[in-house]
Design a protein around this ligand. Structure first.
Ligand SMILES: Cc1cc2nc3c(=O)[nH]c(=O)nc-3n(C[C@H](O)[C@H](O)[C@H](O)COP(=O)(O)O)c2cc1C
Length: 203
């Protein structure tokens, strides 16, 4: 059973979450997990102006995903930072290159799931994940979120990301906050939950 974790990250927050999602998926026996990032669409000049070059270097070892890798997976878990309450353009561009897969129904029946990051607590994590689900449903995927069985999403003793729609992290206005233990636990839970469902579907 194969789980593909595909993400985009400018400053490393979604990348850290993606690693935790992959760790969680690996906990399901017999699961092969692959971590990929979608192609960057910004020039180094722009990334430099955004102060993202160091973070980009840290992610350079993660292979870039090709759309024709998607059909080999039984489950695909997507990670994106919020951009105005939606997925980032890099991810949108990647998904918009999957028209041929859609035409063939190549992703129909696969499990799809989404996690996210935003700068602020109410900056659009939920709208990002929910609007992302629309694309997964058009592809015929079986959408899976983060059930309340992950009780950490109900915490009010600390600021935390995470909702029934998927794991998420709050990066802070300057990207100064890395994912908390609770947010990483949510990501691991989501990875394991998706892998467990995909294992049942592929039995
Ligand atoms: C063009 C742009 C739009 C953004 N829009 C939002 C937004 O609507 N809400 C929010 O909270 N953060 C917003 N952010 C902040 C990013 O979501 C944040 O930098 C990201 O989640 C950090 O994750 P990363 O390090 O994996 O890239 C925006 C950032 C950029 C560059």
């Amino acid at each position: 059973m194969k789980v593909l974790v595909v993400f985009y990250s400018t400053y490393g927050h979604v990348y850290r979450m993606a690693q935790a999602v992959a760790e969680g998926a690996k906990e399901v026996p017999g699961t092969e997990v692959t971590l990929r990032r979608v192609p960057e669409t910004l020039s180094d000049e722009i990334l430099g102006k955004m102060g993202a070059l160091e973070a980009q270097k840290a992610m350079a070892t993660v292979p870039v995903c090709k759309v024709d890798e998607l059909p080999a997976a039984d489950a695909i878990i997507f990670g994106t930072p919020t951009r105005f309450g939606n997925m980032c353009g890099q991810m949108r561009q990647f998904l918009d290159a999957t028209g041929q897969l859609w035409a063939k129904g190549a992703l129909v029946g696969k499990v799809g799931s989404v996690f996210a990051s935003s700068a602020t607590q109410h900056g659009g994590q939920e709208s990002t994940i929910l609007s992302f689900h629309t694309t997964l449903l058009h592809q015929g995927m079986v959408v899976v979120g983060l059930p309340y069985a992950f009780a950490g999403q109900m915490r009010i003793d600390e600021i935390t990301g995470g909702s029934p729609y998927g794991a998420s992290t709050i990066a802070g206005g300057q990207g100064q906050r890395m994912p908390s233990e609770n947010e990483l636990a949510a990501a691991r839970f989501q990875g394991k939950h998706v892998a467990a469902i995909a294992a049942k579907l592929t039995r």
